[in-house]
Design a protein around this ligand. Sequence first.
Ligand code: HEM
Ligand SMILES: *[C@@H]1O[C@H](CO)[C@@H](O)[C@H](O)[C@H]1NC(C)=O
Ligand SMILES: *[C@@H]1O[C@H](CO)[C@@H](O)[C@H](O)[C@H]1NC(C)=O
Ligand SMILES: *[C@@H]1O[C@H](CO)[C@@H](O)[C@H](O)[C@H]1NC(C)=O
Length: 357
Amino acid sequence: MAGFASFSCVLLISSVLLASYACASEVELDYSSIPIEAGLSWDFHDSSCPKLESIIRKELKKIFKKDIGQAAGLLRVHFHDCFVQGCDSSVLLVGSASEREAPPNKFLRATAYEIIDDLRELVHKKCGRVVSCSDITALAARDSVFLSGGPDYNVPLGRRDGLSFATTDETVKNLPSPNNNTAVLIDALALKNLDATDLVALSGAHTIGLAHCSAFIDRLYPTQDPTMDECFAADLKKDFCPSEDSKNDNTTTTVEDIRTPDKFDNKYYVNLVHRQGLFTSDQDLYTDSRTKDIVARFAVNQELFFEQFAKSMIKMGQLTVLTGNDGEIRANCSVKNSDNIKLKTVLEEEEAAAELK
Ligand code: HEM
Ligand SMILES: *[C@@H]1O[C@H](CO)[C@@H](O)[C@H](O)[C@H]1NC(C)=O
Ligand SMILES: *[C@@H]1O[C@H](CO)[C@@H](O)[C@H](O)[C@H]1NC(C)=O
Ligand SMILES: *[C@@H]1O[C@H](CO)[C@@H](O)[C@H](O)[C@H]1NC(C)=O
């Protein structure tokens, strides 16, 4: 169950800080000045799969028309992929003790994995097995942002897929917890060459999507976090997190952005300014002196947020990528090729696609 109708008391004050409405648009970035990892390029698939980006966008448009929530699921998968062992699609692999099964990935949406593999199938039917699941995941994340109302931006391409997944320990170590404060998050992101501005901008992804009570219950029980707006806390307790036992509730969810839950905009920062951020990791960004001003600026200037979000996503999307002859191009995003008994069929598919060209 997801809902926000009950947040009526917070909506009353929602328009105080609004900057002018900005349309979803391509942000103006000087792509020539953005650092690109060796082996990646903006036009990597221009001749090998010219329709790649339109195939993905068209399909996702159809999917989101039915359920815009899928955008949040796809965006989060890209983040969880990149933070653990780099953007190599390791999170997509099935297997015992896989990344997928590690606690921080417990609530990644099963549908997100399915959508990525369906996109892969569409792309490979058209172009042959030339585009990695990692590139497809990065493009799906970009389109999730854009099709939810956020900025459009270019994604450097040429990633290859990893041959193994990380251990549970590595997965836990590399993914931040919602209970962590800004100091911890700044240190954690610094290990990935992401700075405080990247942290604030990337956290803005919580402008869409859902969360389970377990992620913020420590802010409600046994004592209520004084940095949380009382009215907001009361609404959360009433409808989503009625008792300490709610931490075991794996089905009830609440929206992450009470103002515009499905729209990718800067209201996440407006929430923080009103002490209506859901996680400690969110709200503390408006407490810590290193990040408070950045939050305040994004809350009144959506364009500034969009531009920085695009830059930070391009950065995050290049974390420890495999390129060239490293890794492989998976024929099925959930399994590495040598474990894929259906690979032969896929090779035949590829030949058929080549003949069609
Ligand atoms: C900075 C540290 C971050 C922490 C601690 C964090 C933590 C979380 C948690 C606990 C949830 C809710 C999971 C659940 O209970 O179901 C969540 C959801 C989400 N996160 Fe983050 N996150 C962080 C950064 C990011 C980044 C960088 C992105 C993407 C760029 C992102 C995108 C999302 C999205 C879209 C959702 C909603 C997922 C859905 O509805 O399926 N998060 N995050
Ligand atoms: C981050 O939060 C997790 C989960 O609550 C906790 O185990 C960990 O110690 C925190 N990290 C730091 C460095 O405090
Ligand atoms: C929720 O998931 C956890 C861990 O996967 C499990 O221990 C717990 O029993 C589940 N709770 C419910 C209510 O299903
Ligand atoms: C991909 O692999 C998964 C896991 O083995 C399997 O369930 C799925 O059917 C495969 N998909 C295709 C299109 O072969």
